[in-house]
Design a protein around this ligand. Sequence first.
Ligand code: 5GP
Length: 226
Amino acid sequence: MTPFLVILCAPSGAGKTTIAQRLVRTRKDVGFSISATTRAPRRGERNGKAYYFISREKFEQLKQRNELLECAQYAGEWYGTLKSEVKRLEDLGRHVLLDIEVQGAAQIRAQYPPPASVSIFVLPPSPRALIQRLQRRESESADSLVRRLERAVSELREAPAFDYIVVNDKLATAVGTVGKIIDAEKRRTERTDDLKEQLEALSQALEDEAAALKARRTKAKPLQKV
Ligand code: 5GP
């Protein structure tokens, strides 16, 4: 099956990164696209795992060299999807999971319209849940928190453009729902590469069987009374 892109979008703090991490941990058919960013690593974030943490100069170079599939600014920092990363995962035959913000999602959807991509928007269960999650990130300054909340409001406006909406009420349920969406997408008729051949072979076998049955029935003559 030709791999497709799974765009996972949500306001920062809705829990989509945790959903993405769980998904790639539990599914062999999905790989996580590691983005490049100019923001500083948070505590516990390692280079080449959550992100490739790079300088603004290096990010500019990537843009100039056309090495990014999409990019956007978020809370004063740059984020971008590396073409090489998407290709690496596609070559492994995995569906590519993109944990990105809405501008990037729009750029990807334009280049990979469905069924080449499927877009999922994750909602927090409540405003409080989102605010608390952001506050728990000790690295967030008050300024950055305000910017992320303002950004969340504008991102929510884009949610209707997505193919699916998932409320992250309970993490395990949300992960399960996103998994089911991926499974359903895999079964789209457009994705069944050899569908025509499969249907032809099935029809031919059924036609042959029907013809054989008919022939046997006409051969078997009724018994004559003596
Ligand atoms: P954070 O700084 O909280 O890790 O990410 C901030 C926002 O940037 C999140 O909404 C995240 O999904 C998004 N983001 C992460 N990587 C990319 C990327 O490669 N491209 C775009 N457009 N957004 C990204």
